[in-house]
Write a protein that binds this ligand. Structure first.
Ligand code: PBG
Length: 324
């Protein structure tokens, strides 16, 4: 048979395949989410996220040192707020000695080079488990934005490199940027969860922080998964308002959105390989239905190929082990 073109030529050996590979994972691609609890020398496995832990701050600091030693460069902090400190306005979120603020300081002190990003949203602090203040069974926008801006300043004060608002209120990026500028935090970045969809795949995360909404769902602020153009609108507005990095979340069922956004923006794009995506791989691997390591590499490579410059993932340590 005569063929002018034989596509298999570039696939015939591992060496050739690696020469022509378009997408290569590196340690600089990853952001490691960390769940922090009060206490000392305490860690507990998250039941719906096998192999992933909530840790007290002392153990978290130890973990961050290890992450840094493996070449990972960024962590994204979430804290589990005690029930008795939760209220409708998320007051504890602004406590200069709150767990988040103490965590930022301790991590920056122990590993100054580590890029510390912080979750900015009310849900872990809210007695209703919502990302905003509740009035008459509604999540109110503007009053929530004020708290988010104050929270961002408080994180910046504690030494956060990036604040990462994950709430989807309108106008919060502009308000946060203004508040940071007014308080002279002109080196603090904003990684905006700009296209965050209302997703069932957040379930395990809400277990981790005990932050499931107490009533209703998050569909009046997080996006409807039917929509694509709306993700572009949200993201372009966040960039205009001052976002340094934008994020699409979840990642796996939204690879089309990642690509769509990558094609139209001029800032780094990140994607969040979320808790439910982690849990699915873990569960299938446990049943012996999937090869976990291969699934991790394929998934993360696909997210990067779709257009993510950065990936927040619970698999970051595995990825480092696998790409070495
Ligand atoms: C809350 C927040 C959520 C996640 C990150 N920040 C959950 C939610 O919106 O209910 C989900 C992360 C994950 O599932 O891994 N502001």
């Amino acid at each position: 048979m005569y063929l002018q073109r034989r596509n298999r030529i570039i696939r015939q050996s591992p060496a050739i395949r690696s020469l022509v590979a378009e997408t290569i994972l590196t340690p600089g691609d990853f952001i490691v989410p960390l769940f922090i609890i009060e206490g000392k020398n305490d860690e507990s496995e998250i039941s719906s996220m096998p192999g992933y832990y909530r840790r007290s701050l002392d153990l978290t600091v130890k973990e961050v040192k290890e992450l840094w030693a493996t070449g990972l460069k960024s962590v994204l902090l979430f804290i589990k707020c005690k029930d008795e400190l939760k209220d409708n306005k998320g007051t504890e979120a602004l406590n200069p000695n709150g767990l988040m603020q103490r965590s930022i300081r301790a991590i920056k002190e122990a590993v100054p080079g580590m890029v510390v990003m912080t979750d900015v949203a009310l849900d872990p602090f809210s007695s209703y488990g919502h990302d905003g203040i509740v009035e008459n069974n509604e999540i109110v926008n503007d009053a929530t934005v004020e708290v988010l801006a104050a929270m961002s300043v408080s994180h910046a004060q504690a030494g956060a490199d990036f604040v990462a608002p994950s709430d989807m209120m309108d106008g919060r990026i502009g308000a946060i940027r203004k508040a940071l500028e007014e308080n002279n935090f002109n080196k603090t970045g904003i990684m905006s969860y700009s296209a965050k969809y209302a997703s069932c795949f957040y379930g395990p995360f809400r277990d981790a922080l005990d932050s499931a909404p107490g009533f209703g769902d998050k569909k009046t602020y997080q996006m409807d998964y039917s929509n694509r153009i709306e993700a572009v609108k949200e993201t372009l507005m966040d960039i205009e308002e001052g976002a340094d990095i934008v994020m699409i979340k979840p990642a796996l069922a939204y690879l089309d959105i990642i690509r769509e956004i990558k094609n139209v923006v001029n800032v780094p794009v990140s994607a969040y390989n979320i808790s439910g995506e982690y849990a699915m791989v873990k569960a299938a691997a446990k049943m012996g239905w999937l090869d976990e390591d291969k699934a991790i590499l394929e998934t993360l490579t696909a997210i990067k190929r779709a257009g993510a410059d950065l990936i927040a993932t619970y698999f970051a340590k595995d990825a480092i082990r696998l790409i070495r």
